[in-house]
Design a protein around this ligand. Structure first.
Ligand code: FHN
Length: 436
């Protein structure tokens, strides 16, 4: 358990009301795009391919040599994100492979030195900002290319299961971890300095005790101090190993969890990060893709539990969203175009409006408008929907999609809504209730 001091321990002067104000746009936005793009996109079989296949940096070099995103048009990406209703976008500026999509002066292992000859981060920022989409940078604390990053069980050159600490100490002889930590600090400083206002920093991931010292390994406190000084309004995730400080992070990041597991985050700031498929990076031969209904369930259940959803696209090495991603995004844009008032500016519904025994009706609530939204993941038989204890609580009801008024009558303390006997011709119709 966290000790009493840790619960009051803070690094910055960032009282809850100030944090709420800083986070307001983010909690209202509810829905963002994650983009995992790098040399692994050329391998096209998972962003951990270097580690999974135990490749040395020499063996991995072919992806650097052949990387040429000739179809990269960030304006197209931004239009897809906007149409899908995504209000912010987070791009991997550097993933664990160590390849930088930005023109860093601290390394040659970067996009401007490939056939791309472009600062891909700069173009991403300009295109998404032009569409009014907020900008987030993902930056990997792990780096499997940097010569000073110590080799351990997470590293592509990891030793066999029976290896001891002494074996790793011998393997890491001559590596200078402090030099790596400085590299990490300098690159994050570049990202916070060279691309204008950055709204989100998505660090990923620290593992305490990397060199036996935990957070000091990553220099997390001084890193966040620098970040907040350069970008005062920035929002930071919880993966820099500062979670025992009240202000060591801004939001939790439940990853790839099922919708049913999101209830436990209710009341906190959190964003679940999810893929359309299983892999974050482009995976050509992967076919386990979430259906439109499953994606809607993730989005609605996230908001119904007071959180955000960031949905990932893994572009191809040439810089395109492939047909599967486009299909998923287009299906979401259709639904979001009609039903986004039940997502934006919404959160979980007050307990008094709960509909016990109706798990397939997911509720969201706009506390400013005082509108309650019922998402019908199953349609009531014959269109008859009883709202127990709702008598005198609503003044108007309509289908959100076409603003068609829904008639209802009082029965004792209940309201009985009479919907059309047949469901509308699209997934998950939404009822909007105007509360008195
Ligand atoms: O190892 C990474 C993984 O590749 C991916 O980037 C996810 C996204 O949240 N984060 C780490 C796994 O938790």
């Amino acid at each position: 358990a966290i000790t009493a001091t840790a619960q009051t321990k803070h690094i910055f002067n960032d009282p809850p009301e100030q944090k709420a104000q800083r986070m307001q746009w983010w909690t209202n936005a509810r829905f963002g795009m994650f983009i995992h793009w790098g040399l692994y996109s050329l391998a096209a079989r998972h962003e951990w391919v270097k580690q999974h296949e135990r490749m040395t940096s020499e063996q991995y070099q072919k992806y650097f040599d052949h990387f040429n995103p000739d179809e990269f048009d960030p304006k197209k990406w931004a239009k897809e994100a906007k149409a899908a209703g995504m209000k912010y976008a987070v791009l991997t500026t550097k993933h664990h492979e160590g390849f930088c999509l930005f023109d860093s002066k601290y390394t040659d292992y970067k996009a401007t030195n490939t056939q791309a000859k472009r600062d891909l981060v700069k173009e991403f920022v300009e295109a998404f900002r032009a569409e009014g989409i907020r900008i987030g940078f993902y930056y990997s604390l792990i780096d499997w290319h940097h010569p000073d990053f110590t080799i351990d069980r997470v590293h592509p050159q990891r030793l066999g299961e029976n290896a001891t600490g002494a074996d790793y100490a011998k393997l890491n002889k001559g590596k200078n971890w402090e030099r790596y930590r400085q590299y990490l600090y300098n690159q994050v400083k570049e990202l916070m300095t060279n691309y204008g206002k950055i709204d989100i920093l998505w660090l990923d991931f620290s593992y305490p005790g990397k060199n036996g010292k935990g957070r000091e390994d990553w220099g997390s406190i001084e890193l966040l101090k620098m970040v907040k000084q350069l970008q005062p309004g920035i929002i930071i995730d919880n993966r820099a190993d500062l979670n025992d400080y009240t202000d060591g992070y801004d939001f939790e990041t439940p990853e790839q969890v099922k919708p049913s597991e999101l209830l436990k985050y209710k009341g906190k700031y959190w964003e679940t990060c999810q893929t359309f498929s299983g892999s974050w990076g482009y995976y050509r031969d992967e076919h386990t893709w979430k259906t439109h209904r499953q994606l809607l369930d993730l989005l609605v259940t996230s908001v119904a539990n007071g959180g955000n959803l960031i949905l990932n696209v893994g572009p191809t090495a040439r810089g395109e969203f492939d047909y599967r991603a486009l299909h998923a995004l287009d299906s979401l844009s259709y639904w979001m175009h009609a039903n986004n008032p039940s997502i934006y500016n919404c959160t979980f519904a007050p307990d008094e409006y709960k509909l016990p025994g109706n798990p397939d009706i997911k509720q969201t609530y706009d506390p400013v408008k005082k509108h309650l939204y019922l998402h019908l993941f199953t349609y009531p038989i014959d269109g008859k929907l009883v709202l127990p204890g709702y008598a005198d609580k609503i003044s108007y009801a309509q289908f959100l999609n076409d603003a068609s008024e829904l008639l209802y009558k009082k029965e004792d303390s209940n309201i009985v809504l009479q919907l059309p006997a047949q469901p509308p011709p699209y997934e998950v119709p939404v009822i909007e209730l105007f509360l008195r």
